[in-house]
Design a protein around this ligand. Structure first.
Ligand code: HEC
Ligand code: HEC
Length: 292
């Protein structure tokens, strides 16, 4: 157990590792309002999905409005099982479907880190959902169809770098939550993993990042992808925009070069899938954000 205000080297190491997991996992993006001066993790960002608009709650240690009264096991259950302390199931707009792959030691250091952020007394905003989705019990059905719980296990037939990249991409950075197309119920289409989506989580299109040469990133070398995750620069001299700029700015830019290279090795090893859906509109209807 980590004592608040303790300054021992072991605690500092736990917090540093927790901060690393936190950045790699992109918690900030959804749990923070999209405006200058927003309090980190105090909640409120509107996530407009095809099924309705979700507002990620306050996850600061505020005892009243945040998760200050939670235990570490409440947190682990929420993050890796998608179940609230009162036993009700979360909506999959909270990507516990990816975080379930997180190793217990990473969940633990992440929890320690979250205890140290500034508590914010901000009230949660209710989701805006059609009537048939308002009762949380609908999530039991969804889970039965699309949720496979369980931590990531290394594939011993693959090199260590590939396994590290797979872990980072699947369990922490949840690349597939945005880059994999979904069916009408919001379930991920596993046969087209990372193949892009015409209508992504935030409404806009998300490009195909499988190694397909025509519609994906098959022309990128691993070094190009690692560079993109560091600086947002594409091989053609363009810059990442939209949700991806945020993934890079708050997340992958802060990882070690070895971890970015591992993600690149993993993503470029995936089966190539031809799918132009996420690509068509790009650069035409989507304004490109400024990176940095
Ligand atoms: C894609 C957006 C998104 C990301 C990324 C995300 N969350 Fe969430 N999170 C949500 C939404 C939306 C909910 C509310 C789900 C619901 O109401 O069923 C939620 C709920 C939670 C809850 C439950 C809070 C409560 O009061 O019951 C916790 C804890 C949480 N998230 C922690 C995290 C952590 C830690 C991370 C990073 C590892 C993270 N989230 C990343 C969207 C996100
Ligand atoms: C929050 C949703 C989201 C997440 C999470 C996400 N991406 Fe993206 N990604 C996007 C969007 C949106 C774009 C399009 C950006 C643009 O228009 O410049 C994009 C663009 C890209 C591109 C550029 C493709 C091209 O052809 O220009 C690559 C490569 C990429 N993402 C890789 C990744 C990897 C690897 C991860 C996980 C580490 C990841 N993304 C996680 C939403 C996301």
């Amino acid at each position: 157990m980590l004592a608040a205000g303790s300054s021992s080297a072991a605690d500092a190491d736990v917090l540093a590792r927790g901060a690393y997991v936190y950045r790699a996992s992109g918690c900030l993006a959804c749990h923070t309002e999209d405006r200058v001066g927003a309090v980190p993790l105090a909640g409120g960002r509107a996530l407009a999905t095809p099924l309705g608009t979700f507002h990620a709650p306050n996850v600061t240690p505020d005892p009243e409005h945040g998760i200050g009264r939670w235990s570490e096991s409440d947190f682990a259950r929420a993050l890796t099982r998608g179940i609230a302390p009162d036993g009700s199931p979360y909506y999959p707009s909270f990507p516990y479907t990816s975080y379930t792959r997180m190793r217990p030691e990473d969940v633990s250091v992440l929890w320690a880190y979250l205890r140290t952020v500034e508590p914010a007394p901000a009230r949660d905003r209710p989701h805006e959902l059609p009537l048939y989705l308002r009762a949380r019990v609908v999530n039991w059905v969804w889970r039965a169809l699309y949720f496979t719980p369980g931590a990531f296990a290394d594939d011993p037939s693959r090199p260590a770098e590939w396994n590290r990249g797979a872990y980072l991409a699947e369990a922490l950075a949840h690349c597939g939550e945005c880059h994999t197309p979904r069916n009408v119920l919001g379930g991920l289409d596993d046969a087209r993993r990372y193949a892009g989506a015409a209508q992504g989580a935030e409404g806009g299109s998300v490009p195909n990042i499988t190694p397909d040469r025509a519609t994906g990133i098959g022309r990128w070398r691993p070094g190009d992808l690692a560079e993109y995750l560091a600086s947002g620069a594409t091989p053609s001299g363009d810059y990442a925009g939209g949700g991806m700029a945020e993934v890079i700015e708050n997340g992958t830019r802060h990882l070690t070069a070895a971890d970015r290279a591992a993600i690149a090795a993993y993503v470029l090893s995936l089966p190539a899938v031809e799918n132009a859906a996420g690509r068509k509109e790009r650069g035409v209807t989507q304004p490109r954000g400024e990176f940095d």
